[in-house]
Structures are given as C-alpha cells and as structure tokens.
Design a binder for this molecule. Structure first.
Ligand SMILES: N[C@@H](CCC(=O)N[C@@H](CS)C(=O)NCC(=O)O)C(=O)O
Length: 279
C-alpha cells in the first residue's frame, strides 16, 4: 500500500468511525439532571437498559449495587425491584418508565418526546420487554456448564468475597440451571438457542439495512435491545448468537455510539451477597 493510499484508507476509516461515534447524543445543560443514582444488580438486563440510555446521553450517575438477599439498600422504597433511579431526589421505577421519563425530561418536557416516538420504536421497545428479555435466562443457564460459566461471570461483577464466590458458585449455578428450565416452560420456549437466534434475525430484519433503527442515531428501541444484550455478550450465549446471526455489525455500531460508561465511580458500590439475573 502506498503512503497516499494508506493515508486515504486511514482517512476513510476515521470518517466511518466518526459517523457512528458522533452518533452520541449530549443533553443540553439546561435539562441535564444534577444528581442521578441507580440502584441495580450489575448484570440485570433491565438495569443495563437504563445504563445504556445514561451512557449514550453522557449523563453521569452513581451506582448502588443492591444485595438481592436483603435488599437493604432499597429498604426505603415500596417498590422492591431494580432498577430504581433517583433523579434529583425523585424516585423512578421500571426501566421502560424510567427511560421514557428521562427522555421527556432531557428534551425539556415541552416536547412530548414519548408521544413523538414512532410506532415502530414503541413496538420494538415492547418486544424487548415482552419477548427478548425472556429468552436470556433459559439460554445463559442452558446446560450445567453454561450455568457455571454464567454464574461465575455474572457474580464476578457482584460484591462477593472469594469465599462466597467459590462456595456459592455450585449451589447458585445449580439453582439457576433449574430456574432457567422453569422460565423456558413458562414462556413456551422449546429450543432456547433457536428462539434467541430467531429474535436476533428478527431485529436485524426490522433494521432494514439502516445503521440503527433510529437511522443515523440510535433510538430508544436500539438502546433497549443493546442494553439487555450487553450482560450476555461475553458468555457462550452471546458468542453463539454473534457467530450464528447477523446481529454483530449493529451491535458493534451500538458499542461505538453508546461509548464509555458515564458512571461516576469506577466500580459499583457493593454490599454483600449478590445473585444473577432471574427474568
Ligand atoms: N419491569 C421491570 C422489571 C424489573 C425486574 O424484574 N427486575 C428484577 C431484576 S433483573 C428484579 O428486581 N427482580 C426482583 C428480585 O430480584 O427480587 C423493569 O423493566 O424494570
């Protein structure tokens, strides 16, 4: 490759990177929340959906890792699930509600950002909550080996002592293996991998050759799909899905667009025992 050709290549490469990287959406200072605290389980798909939204909009947030056994960190709350987001002192519950409220707020409330969302965007956000998310647990806990891998991986991000991690691992993985089977039955899934691949292809088809469903920038449906898939990306399930479907390109575009975490502390604040996602 000549110097000129190499230069042209790196310029076009930089331009192509910029087209996705510059997709990140910043919030006008006027509407930016002052203090945001996320109560979460690190590997929970719903929590990751909220994080994808906050990261994409560069909204700084503190994280409080909730101990799922006692949930003492959210003792003050009547709502007992995570995520809970406290925005300038106001409690918001439920990932989809949280995101809709934030979306409206960062657009200055005057624009009804939620009602201006397209039917397509709303339809796929619902698809994430009613369909995609239910495919995760049956997949990541599919076999004893995968259950161990998932339990190990997901709890590494929790607040475990080495002792808790080692002793809890086999019991936890066994429990999750059976819970995965129960959830599979509850959601009428016959072949969990086939259903996941089908869902990934369904999503790619819905993209209809667009970079994102939102066009040149991700919309709330893109952020929701990306958020719930993020915790499984390094697990066997995530690797299989990337290898067996066409979702990889969109996923890496999303990684680029969402960019680094805007979380204020490097590591989430931890308490004691954690548990993996159970959806
Ligand atoms: N619809 C809720 C679902 C939240 C949810 O089910 N979160 C799980 C964690 S992944 C939870 O808190 N489960 C109750 C528990 O762990 O006791 C949302 O979108 O935020």
């Amino acid at each position: 490759m000549t110097f000129v050709a190499a230069g042209a290549f790196s310029l076009s490469f930089a331009a192509s990177m910029m087209s996705v990287a510059s997709a990140k959406e910043r919030v006008d200072d006027k509407y930016a929340p002052r203090e945001v605290v996320l109560y979460q389980y690190d590997a929970c798909p719903f929590c990751n959906k909220v994080k994808a939204f906050l990261d994409y909009h560069d909204i700084p947030y503190k994280v409080v890792e909730v101990n799922p056994v006692g949930k003492k960190e959210i003792k003050w709350s009547d709502y007992k699930k995570v995520p809970v987001l406290v925005v300038d002192g106001e409690q918001l519950n439920d990932s989809t509600e949280i995101i809709s409220t934030l979306q409206q707020r960062i657009h200055g409330d005057s624009t009804d950002a939620t009602s201006s969302a397209s039917d397509e965007e709303e339809k796929w956000r619902r698809w994430v909550d009613n369909h995609l998310v239910h495919l995760l647990s049956p997949n990541i806990y599919r076999t004893p080996k995968e259950a161990l891998e998932a339990f190990d991986y997901l709890t590494t991000s929790g607040n475990f002592s080495t002792m808790e991690r080692v002793t809890g691992k086999y019991i936890g993985a066994t429990a999750m293996f059976f819970i995965g089977k129960r959830l599979k039955k509850r959601h009428n899934i016959t072949d969990e991998r086939a259903s996941l691949y089908e869902a990934a292809e369904e999503w790619v088809k819905a993209l209809d050759n667009r970079t994102f469903m939102g066009g040149s920038k991700p919309n709330l449906a893109d952020l929701a799909v990306f958020g719930v898939l993020r915790p499984i990306q390094h697990l066997q399930t995530g690797k299989d899905m990337t290898a067996s479907t066409h979702i990889g390109k969109w996923y890496s575009n999303m990684e680029e667009a969402v960019g680094p975490s805007s979380r204020l502390q490097d590591k989430p604040l931890r308490t004691t025992l954690d548990k993996p996602m159970n959806v």
